[in-house]
Write a protein that binds this ligand. Structure first.
Ligand code: HPA
Ligand code: ZN
Length: 339
């Protein structure tokens, strides 16, 4: 049930977004504009036709369109425009900190230099810090449908830029590409001082979540829905205090759940898991972070205390230093208490 007082709380609460693919924030309008600017052919006649194509039955359906969409991103300015548009939108949702993913292999595979993507994204993130007050971390994902060798090559490309990249992640087609495939690459990334996270348990079984923990030694689990099928795994995630970056509207659009009321967020909180709410690929899944909050708040009739907890988890699950986390928690307490 909609609840105006709860919506007002969601609108005002400071929050961090920990699961956002910057390429997935490419709105159809910008996709069209960039296609024109760069003379890239796209198989859509209008913005409406693009939106109409955003109907997916599973993760792979989406990924096919997502990689196609990326083809319009060619220059440093394109990556800046993409990232800046996201940050401006995030600021409207009182997002104070973002830890965004980018997919370098989605670009280098098309002949766009690693640095072109990195420079444009980083320039916008730095501007966002100054002009919008949004701090950031940048996480480079390996595409898991590609080989271990290609992931190593990507890590090599990142090496001159390790002061600009804070972590590695693992995304793309999950089933058939278990975390074990990237054990050595992740070991190397950890050795280089990078944070590590991985998509696990979105479509893949609980065993993939175990592998992410045991073999990749991840600090967070992206999605993690299917971990709930295994009580021992749930206990372990709770005991280790690991954060889960859940994406409700993504889950709905990719048919991970049949209706928004099936979102595991409330259940995770009840089980003592550190769930967070995120938008994943907002241009494709019909909503930014506050849309995700409102969708589950309405469907699950979340209490204000639960919403506050989710906002708190977004900072305590971030890669921010403790002092910064504490500052954000104090700001949350102020907003939540001053009602
Ligand atoms: N899952 C896996 N890979 C992705 C996703 C996702 O939700 N979004 C972009 N790449
Ligand atoms: Zn994702």
């Amino acid at each position: 049930m909609p609840n105006p007082s709860r919506d007002a709380l969601i609108a005002r609460l400071p929050k961090a977004e920990l699961h956002l693919h910057i390429e997935g924030s490419l709105e159809p309008e910008l996709l069209f504009a960039l296609a024109q600017r760069n003379g890239v052919d796209i198989p859509f006649a209008s913005v409406e036709a693009v939106r109409a194509a955003y109907s997916f039955s599973n993760l792979q359906d989406f990924l096919d369109i997502y990689y196609q969409g990326m083809s319009v991103l060619q220059t440093e300015q394109d990556f800046f425009d993409l990232t800046w548009a996201y940050l401006e939108r995030a600021a409207e949702d009182t997002v104070r900190h973002v830890e965004i993913f980018f997919d370098p292999q989605g670009h280098t595979e098309r002949g766009v230099a690693f640095e072109t993507a990195l420079d444009g994204i980083e320039r916008a993130l730095k501007a966002g810090e100054v002009e919008l007050g949004i701090s950031y971390r940048l996480i480079m994902c390996f595409l898991r449908h590609l080989s271990e060798e290609e992931a190593f090559a990507t890590l090599d490309q990142a090496k001159p830029h390790l002061h600009r990249i804070h972590g590695v992640g693992l995304d793309s087609s999950e089933v058939g590409h278990p975390p074990a495939k990237f054990q050595r690459v992740f070991a190397k990334a950890r050795e280089l001082g990078l944070h590590v996270t991985a998509h696990a348990g979105e479509e893949g079984p609980p065993e993939y979540v175990y592998e992410a923990l045991d073999l990749l030694e991840v600090e967070r689990i992206d999605h993690g829905n299917r971990a709930l099928e295994d009580p021992a795994l749930v206990q372990r995630i709770a005991d280790e205090g690991l954060t889960l970056t859940v994406c409700p509207l993504s889950n709905l659009r990719l048919c991970v759940i049949k209706q928004i009321g099936e979102s595991p967020v409330r259940r995770m909180l009840e089980l003592g898991l550190k769930a967070t709410v995120n938008s994943d690929d907002p241009a494709y899944f019909g909503g930014y972070i506050n849309d995700n909050f409102r969708a589950i708040a309405d469907a699950l009739d979340l209490t204000e205390a639960e919403i506050v907890k989710l906002a708190e988890n977004s900072f305590t699950g971030s890669f921010l230093p403790m002092a910064d986390q504490i500052q954000h928690l104090a700001e949350i307490a102020e907003v939540a208490g001053g009602r």
